[in-house]
Design a protein around this ligand. Structure first.
Ligand SMILES: Nc1ncnc2c1ncn2[C@@H]1O[C@H](COP(=O)(O)OP(=O)(O)OP(=O)(O)O)[C@@H](O)[C@H]1O
Length: 597
């Protein structure tokens, strides 16, 4: 029966659920054991200092009543020394605690971002980037409630109580024990409200995550918001999200308030009882006035293990909600053990082959049932097909961003599964439809293609991409800032910078998702000739949206609903009068005669 109730208390307090997060944090805390030991040492001195003050109060009062002025003078010096020690302890505690908290948070943020960078691409299909930002900011910030002074208090408070108890027992046992009677009130309050705090904190942190996601989306789409006049709608959504957050925070404040009431009620009642009984003892001459002073000074330390630990429990529970969310990210399996890095690309002599590929994003709807495709080395293969046919998916599979459920992709007869991801991705240069630039200078953005490239190489790549003249016409040249996602540049300029990056990477395989947005004819010519230079002597797989650009491709692959339906050179396909011919007629209605030829 006793065992059962102990178990049900453990269950109610969710002690089992506390173990895992504490074990997780323990890994980080162990790294700074020297700092923790120093804090522990300070803690011991702090307890002695507290007892010293009680002793000081007792003796000062008793000496004053006995009119022993010599002793009063000596005691005053002791009091002054205790005050200096107490101030020094305060400073050292704050300094060392901040040290340990800052370092653990830094380490955890580093590890978390490292883990996020190694998560499979599929993870981001159902996790918003704003959620990740909230893990790295809010959640990591919240662990402070566990790793800092709170964890030390779990030791300090009971230790101080025991020391205070030993000291006070020597004066009067009954008065001392009276202090403990009211402790259970605080414990009960901690149990009930701590549980509520943790569950509310989880909801609160999830709401923060949602708001970060919303802000991410809306701040990145300012132009669209303005052009569709969505300001009012987005503002309403933001205020609604703030209302949700505010009501959850108010609920948290309410629970915490009741929690504190429970804890401090125990302290106040115990205090009252002690002062009542203590003064009666003094009146009866059982204890001295000085002893009563010592009691009133140390009384709080007797109750504190209950009220204090109850308080810590509340902060613990709030922090645990964040630790749970952080652990959920760490529990998501990563795709690579190490962070991939750029290596020299693997030369492709034979071909890339997709063999009987079956693939689905969601595990239920197949994008490919059994895809077979050969991409010959040093030739241009163009992929055309209706929207949703699976062209982009081929790029993602080849780069190892997703894994096929069945079948294999061979890179020069080596299954890509057996290749190191860094090696595979270093062998491929990808030029997406929308050029992706990072905030920084033009030079930095080109250099992402080859991190150790010198200025001559960067300039040569820019020349080959037909963008060097433009860059040199800017006042800051290569040091010009491109702005967030390259907003300071035009679409055509961004594209050519992305091409320069791919040229610099000089990978044997090129994946090119042709831009659909129309460029003016001069820019189009610049981009086209840059691409031709890029494709030279490379195995190129291009998703062609405009059929005019691929008439010279060595092989055109026509796709429909996840299958290759036609394959050949332009004229062969036109002669087939199939899907390719239909696409061609749609894009060039005036060339009907040619199609029929
Ligand atoms: N992340 C994803 N999660 C689930 N389904 C997806 C995802 N990405 C694409 N799909 C689905 O997979 C199929 C193939 O998409 P894919 O992007 O490869 O087509 P596509 O031929 O490149 O089309 P488009 O020419 O319009 O870019 C589509 O039906 C699409 O809805």
């Amino acid at each position: 029966m006793r065992l059962l109730s102990a178990r049900s208390i453990r269950h109610f307090l969710e002690i089992g659920e506390v173990k895992k997060p504490l074990k997780f944090l323990g890994v980080y805390m162990r790294r700074y054991w020297v700092l923790y030991m120093s804090l522990f040492f300070l803690l011991t001195i702090g307890i002695l200092n507290t007892l010293g003050f009680a002793w000081f109060m007792k003796n000062m009062t008793d000496s004053a009543i006995a009119l022993d002025f010599d002793r009063l003078g000596r005691l005053f010096m002791v009091g002054a020394a205790l005050t200096v020690i107490s101030s020094a302890l305060l400073y050292l505690n704050i300094y060392l605690e901040s040290n340990v908290v800052i370092k653990i948070k830094r380490d955890m943020k580093n590890d978390l971002f490292n883990h996020i960078l190694r998560l499979p691409a599929s993870h981001f299909n159902h996790q918003h980037s704003g959620e990740m930002v909230s893990h790295l900011t809010n959640d990591v910030g919240n662990i402070e409630g566990i790793i800092g002074i709170n964890i030390l208090n779990m030791i300090r408070l009971p230790a101080t109580a025991i020391a205070a108890m030993i000291f006070l027992m020597n004066i009067d046992a009954k008065l001392t024990l009276l202090g403990f009677i009211f402790g259970p009130i605080a414990v009960l309050s901690a149990a009930v409200f701590g549980k509520l705090l943790r569950s509310n904190s989880k909801t609160l942190q999830a709401a923060w995550g949602k708001q970060y996601s919303f802000l991410n989306d809306s701040l990145m789409s300012q132009t669209i918001i303005r052009s569709f006049s969505l300001e009012r709608l987005f503002f309403q959504r933001y205020t609604a999200s703030n209302d949700t957050l505010a009501s959850l925070q108010l609920k948290d404040a309410k629970i915490y308030g009741w929690f504190q009431v429970g804890a401090s009620a125990a302290l106040s009642i115990a205090y009252l009882a002690n002062v009542g009984l203590g003064t009666w003892y003094v009146a009866k001459g059982i204890i001295t006035v000085g002893s009563l002073m010592a009691f009133t000074t140390l009384m709080q330390y007797l109750i504190f293990p209950f009220t204090g630990i109850a308080g810590q429990w509340g902060s613990f529970q709030r922090s645990l909600a964040s630790v749970d969310r952080i652990m959920a990210v760490f529990d998501t399996p990563v795709q690579t053990n190490e962070l991939p890095e750029a290596l020299p690309g693997k030369e492709l002599r034979g071909s890339i082959q997709f063999r009987n590929i079956q693939f689905s994003y969601d595990g239920s709807t197949d994008v490919f049932k059994s895809l077979n495709l050969t991409v010959p080395a040093n030739k241009i293969t163009a992929l055309v097909g209706s929207s949703g046919a699976g062209k982009s998916t081929i790029f993602l599979l080849l780069q190892g961003l997703y894994k096929p459920a069945n079948g294999e992709i061979l890179f020069d007869s080596t299954p890509t599964e057996q290749m190191d991801l860094s090696q595979l991705r270093s062998s491929i240069a990808y030029v997406p439809q929308e050029a992706v630039l990072f905030d920084g200078t033009i030079r930095e953005n080109i250099a992402y293609g080859k991190l150790n490239a010198d200025m001559n190489e960067i300039k040569q790549a820019a020349r080959d991409a037909n963008i060097d003249d433009f860059i040199m016409s800017l006042p800051d040249g290569y040091e010009t800032s491109v702005g967030e996602r390259g907003v300071n540049l035009s679409g055509g300029q961004r594209q050519r910078i992305a091409i320069a990056r791919a040229i610099l990477k000089n990978a044997p395989v090129l994946l090119l998702d042709e831009a659909t947005s129309a460029l003016d004819s001069e820019t189009e010519h610049l981009v086209k000739s840059a691409l031709e230079r890029l494709m030279k002597n490379r195995t190129t797989l291009v998703i062609a949206h405009r059929l005019s650009t691929i008439q010279n491709a060595d092989q055109i692959v026509v796709m429909d609903k996840g299958s290759v339906v036609e394959q050949g050179r332009h004229h062969d396909l036109i002669a087939m009068h199939g899907l390719y011919t239909r696409f061609y007629q749609l894009q060039f209605p005036d060339e009907g005669m040619l199609v029929g030829a």
